[in-house]
Design a binder for this molecule. Structure first.
Ligand code: UD1
Ligand code: CA
Length: 462
């Protein structure tokens, strides 16, 4: 049977106390809804319908890039202008779905659901059956309870409508279910809102299905964290931890040493070679590739970058959108801003900022320096306190430094400027014109000593 998936995402998320619609809050690098959407896509449905309400335009806009990536899976937005309950939400989609489809209902605020769990649920149901994902919780409070007679599910009772006896049931409704569209259409038409919340409950169709001689086939996820929802920011943080644990375990099981799995955060896609070691309090964001033998020091932040084999990133370094060659050593306390490309065995030391520059092999920029919009050759040594003055207040200009150049400490290179191969620049120079290859160039006022000069006495010295 063809599959249609409905993701319910119209709720406001009152308990988030946020201007942002709940499903747009992030888990790692993506909105909650995107996690669900990506999982849904893996089932290759005919169409995914997203029921939106609160902040609909904003939700659509934020999800558009992801949906474009998921192409050719078709995603259709359906508005539920008033949130009258989960049954009402699903009813909004019914006019769009053909009778011969199965419908799988997911929730936009249940982000950790696994595709394998959904596959198991979908495979479980035979004709005249409805598949329901349930879970047994130590603390079932707040959830709809699964009522069984002689082992068979007969109805779901919401917490707010439950009597004391029903509240003792620990098996709860995850909200996730799969069922044939034709019958669902018929049952939805029979729903009413005569309950404590005055809502049209999707859960009420269970009793209707049983009356129509349907069997309720149930299964449970491997781990109950998979079906936990986000209602407030405490739950959001809890699910973030669950998600991080999964990511970090996957990385460790692929051969990466992580000094403390609780102190590495992965907000994107990480590819790592053999024998990578990651120290504590590291954040890896976006697409990060770590070559063989890479060492990442403590308190580092790396975003959308490639780190070559055996490179070493020392403590407190920030690297964004850059490419680091093999055997480089970066930090401690270095900052590589976007579009830096370092060739093999380059060294960038403490309090050095590099932006939009290339540095060829075996060059060293070890202390207190700014290099921007530059091309630096190989085996160059840039002394402490060197500043590339790339910005004249209106425009940025380029600096080109040849191979084997030595730049003395405390030099300013005023761009645009070119330093020839093998040139030496004397310490403390302000270089405004091109410096020739293999020569010493310096700009420095002569040192003087003033005769008969005396320092003023301090008052208390008298
Ligand atoms: C629902 C279930 C409950 C289950 C629990 C699991 C019902 C009546 N109850 O309760 O049995 O244990 O989920 O988490 O279904 N939504 C809409 N439109 C609406 C109402 C809700 O799109 O009019 C969406 C929400 O955005 C959310 C989901 O449906 O993603 C669930 O709604 P929520 O109000 O959180 O339901 P619960 O009371 O938690
Ligand atoms: Ca909920």
């Amino acid at each position: 049977m063809k599959l249609s998936i409905v993701i319910l995402a119209a709720g406001q998320g009152k308990r988030m106390y946020s201007n942002l619609p709940k499903v747009l809050h992030h888990l790692a690098d993506k909105p909650l809804l995107e996690h669900v959407l990506r999982c849904a896509t893996q089932l290759s449905p005919e169409t995914i319908y997203i029921v939106h309400g609160h902040g609909g335009e904003q939700v659509k806009q934020q999800l558009t890039p992801a949906i474009e990536q998921l192409n050719p899976i078709k995603v259709t937005w359906v508005e539920q202008s008033e949130q009258l309950g989960t049954g009402h939400a699903v009813a909004q989609v019914m006019p769009l779905i053909p009778d011969d489809h199965q419908m799988l209902v997911l929730y936009g605020d249940v982000p950790l659901i696994k595709v394998t769990t959904l596959q198991t649920l979908c495979q479980k149901i035979a004709p005249q059956q409805l598949g329901l994902l349930t879970v047994t919780l130590d603390n079932p409070q707040g959830y709809g309870r699964i009522v069984r007679k002689q082992g068979n599910v007969t109805q779901i009772v919401e917490e707010k409508d439950a009597d004391a006896e029903i509240k003792t049931i620990h098996e709860v409704n995850t909200g996730i279910l799969v069922l044939p569209v034709k019958e669902l259409r018929y049952w939805l038409n029979q729903l009413n809102n005569h309950n404590s919340q005055g809502e049209y409950y999707l859960t009420d169709i269970i009793a209707l299905a049983v009356q129509n001689n349907f069997m309720i086939a149930t299964c449970s996820p491997e781990n109950s964290d998979e079906v936990l929802g986000v209602n407030d920011r405490v739950q959001l943080a809890y699910l973030e931890r669950c998600y991080q644990t999964q990511q970090v375990h996957r990385l460790m099981l692929s051969g990466v040493t992580v000094r403390d799995p609780e102190r590495l955060d992965i907000r994107g896609t990480i590819t790592a070679g053999k024998d990578v070691i990651i120290d504590v309090n590291v954040i890896l964001e976006g697409k990060v590739t770590l070559g063989n033998g890479v060492k990442i020091g403590p308190h580092t932040y790396i975003r959308n970058s490639d780190i070559g084999d055996n490179a070493e990133i020392l403590a407190n370094t920030v690297i964004e959108e850059s490419k680091i060659g093999e055997q480089c050593r970066i930090g401690p306390f270095a900052r590589l801003r976007p579009e830096v490309v370092l060739d093999q065995a380059v060294r960038i030391g403490n309090f050095v900022e590099v932006k939009k520059s290339t540095v060829a092999h075996h060059s060293k920029i070890n202390h207190l320096t700014y290099v921007g919009d530059s091309e630096v050759g190989s085996e160059v040594n840039i002394g402490a306190g060197t500043i590339v003055c790339n910005y004249d207040g209106a425009n940025k200009h380029k600096t080109i430094i040849g191979d084997r150049v030595f730049i003395g400490s405390d030099t300013q290179l005023i761009a645009p400027v070119k330093i020839g191969d093998g040139a030496t620049i004397g310490a403390g120079s302000t270089i405004m014109q091109d410096a020739p290859a293999e020569k010493l160039t310096l700009s420095r006022s002569e040192q003087r000593t003033i005769p008969n000069w005396k320092r003023r006495p301090k008052k208390e010295d008298k």
